[in-house]
Design a protein around this ligand. Sequence first.
Ligand code: DGP
Length: 112
Amino acid sequence: MDCIFCKIIDGDIPSTKVYEDENVFAFNDINPQAPVHCLVVPKKHIVSVDETSECDMEYIAAIFRAIPKIASALGLKNGYRVITNVGEDGCQSVKHMHFHILGGKKLPESMG
Ligand code: DGP
């Protein structure tokens, strides 16, 4: 499968890893939009929030268990933003579900 994030998870494309467990991998975004900007992805290739099935729920749960741990490890003591883009109108460029963690400054109120 020709998926950039699967290749990052497998170590075939280098990344700066910030967290890993059995179900989840997280790494710094190549094009940061904030002082802290990392991506949290399931190790299973799931296309987006719009294309999940019941058996993917353990990955979703694992991602949301991991996010506060990652935020804490990255020093985001005063809050942060979690975003997932879905499909064309959501401007999802990589078709492997991922959750952006953005922080390290006061973020703009506008979200689109
Ligand atoms: P989205 O637009 O929500 O699909 O975000 C995709 C993000 O993935 C975007 O912020 C840039 C990031 N990205 C794309 N290719 C790579 C890569 O090869 N390495 C890393 N670290 N990030 C990537």
